[in-house]
Design a protein around this ligand. Sequence first.
Ligand SMILES: CC(=O)SCCNC(=O)CCNC(=O)[C@H](O)C(C)(C)COP(=O)(O)OP(=O)(O)OC[C@H]1O[C@@H](n2cnc3c(N)ncnc32)[C@H](O)[C@@H]1OP(=O)(O)O
Ligand SMILES: O=C([O-])CC(=O)C(=O)O
Length: 374
Amino acid sequence: MHFFAGGSYLQETKKGLEGIVALDTSISFIDGMQGILKYRGIDIEHLAEMSYETISYLLINGILPGEQELAAYSNRLKSERRINGEMIDIMRVCNYGTEALDSLRTAISCTAHMDHENDNNSLDANKNKAVRLIAKLPTMIAALYRCKSGDFPFQPDETLSHGANFLYMLRGEAPSAIEAEAIEKDFILSAEHELNPSTFALRIAASTLADVYSAIITGLCTLKGPLHGGARRGVMEMLDEVAVPENANNYVLYKLSRKEKIMGFGHRVYRTYDPRSRIFKDMAKRVAKENGDPTWYEVAESLEHVMYREFLDVRGRPIYPNVDFYSAVIYKYLRIPPELATSVFAIGRVSGWTAHCFEQYADNRVIRPRAHYI
Ligand SMILES: CC(=O)SCCNC(=O)CCNC(=O)[C@H](O)C(C)(C)COP(=O)(O)OP(=O)(O)OC[C@H]1O[C@@H](n2cnc3c(N)ncnc32)[C@H](O)[C@@H]1OP(=O)(O)O
Ligand SMILES: O=C([O-])CC(=O)C(=O)O
């Protein structure tokens, strides 16, 4: 159905813009029926075996790096990991709440103030800003955590990978090999997902030609909500609440009877298992085994079984875990505090966000849909 308003015919409203195609992209591809996800034409299963730096380069530059390009990109990221004393002072002050993302938002805003290229919107300057953001986000989040506990932040360790260095800065000791693999995979699998809410919000900001930092902060603020990236924290809290696999059935039935959402389930696009969840589930099982206490993994598996059964019985179609579900189980085993979970998601996503910024700037028209006046 079409209706007439303000001199032109408009299409019927689609609540939540479900199924609306808003733009062309070459950054990622999703087949929600078959459970396929590709970044720049490469299957996620293949990408999950690479390093985060490789994936970050791929997303931003459109092609996989050769050996020399990767070495140069990796060196640049490592040399930009440090944050200065002024930033740490800010983190000591702007650190009141129980959600690290609120402070991260301020920290990124301050980085923009300190970046001499902030107002330079050339591609070269924007790529420099992307490198700074990608490199500094883990340092900022670890520093926020340390400052909150009244401790001094640990300096980044340039000998460690992007993921291992983050865990090192949280704890002051290098992670085990499997922990380093798990966090690296988390960053890769979280890096990009087409027009998810935060990326769409960011592209709207970029389409007004707002600078990269402003667009990233727009994305970050949108990631916060519990129906999007905030669900990861929700899952961590749910695992604590359910505590043992035997409680999963009653927990789900109680929540569903009250029409409450179960965090970490459902997706707007996937009608089958999210391919990232499959990889996360396998990784979570391995981390649980290494840890020696499989309880959180078993609680998660029970929740998955009960949700599948309930949705199939009551609605005639199952529901599957999304990207936030088994990643949260991994965070529990990695001892990442729940208040950091959404910010840790952003560490991975910032490469995808910056890639979308560049794609928007390169072929821009301001994004401005219409509303149906009632
Ligand atoms: C990184 C990410 O953003 S991944 C998503 C993270 N978010 C979550 O995990 C939060 C829980 N999940 C949800 O809220 C939703 O599934 C979303 C936001 C992911 C997708 O939303 P939509 O595409 O609008 O799905 P929608 O809400 O229409 O779901 C259809 C039905 O299933 C129900 N449903 C969907 N997900 C869930 C859930 N996790 N728990 C309980 N019921 C659910 C809805 O309530 C709705 O029921 P209704 O028809 O009786 O109203
Ligand atoms: O695509 C979405 O709507 C949400 C999602 O899975 C993501 O952002 O990774």
